[in-house]
Write a protein that binds this ligand. Sequence first.
Ligand code: 13P
Ligand code: SF4
Length: 301
Amino acid sequence: MNPLELKEKILELKTSRKAIIVAHNYQLPEIQDIADFIGDSLELSRKAAQVEAEVIVFCGVHFMAETAAILAPEKIVLLPDLQAGCPMANMITPEELKEWKKQLPGRPVVCYINTTAAVKAEADICCTSSNAVEVVNSLEAEEILFVPDKNLGSYVQRYTSKKIISWDGFCYVHHHFSVGEVNEARRRWPEAQIWVHPESPPEVVEAADLVLSTGKMVKEARLTDKKEIVIGTEEGILYRLKKENPEKNFYPLKSGSLCFNMKKITLIKVYQALQSMEPKIVVPTIIRERALRSIEKMISI
Ligand code: 13P
Ligand code: SF4
């Protein structure tokens, strides 16, 4: 089947299955092109809670599909490749979190959405990169346990008087950005603004002009009068930024900044998932109910 036929078959199956295809901003261009909705982690979880479709084909990584399954248990959630996990989400287990809470009792746990459902079930409230500061500042406690991203934890610390105690996790894509690369980008594109994701190390955040979640990058790209922007996040987002803003120039902070797990979702796997209605993501009720509390608390903010 050539790509055009594959796309047609996917669209046919999508209609007959009453399905919706949602995709994260880092997905491959051909996946973004067939998606009904593209967004960041917060936008995708809100969408999953609202859609009327019977099936959600989630083009992203495992924790995102799990979040959709937690928010919409009556729907079938398909993740076209079960191996598409987030290495950062796997840097903390529920057992490790339980042990950490015992060592540092009396402090609420804020968990980044990039965690497994079982870890969310052990947390008090969830957050994403676009609302982490608001979530932390909504809490009364003066000391907060933050899991798993130490870089997002450091970013939040800049905007709160509370003490953030972070787990030692990180995203391998963003953690490897450096101040040297920011300086090099300024030399190469002197007119450009430099935007980075808050999963980047603190010194890179300090050196950048703006720090934004992927959803906020998409919005700011439409609003800004800057014509040149250097993007410090996973390169997949450049496709959307360029497509939606053809009059502006976007450059990657570092070429080849790819999340290989995001790229595991391909057109053929989307087709196969819709055809076989597998692999389904199901979260056991006992975990789902507790994880839902953490996510709903976040959504209510
Ligand atoms: P956002 O799209 O929520 O900014 O998250 C980035 C990310 O790394 C998702 O895995
Ligand atoms: Fe996880 Fe980083 Fe990939 Fe996002 S980009 S899924 S945080 S490894």
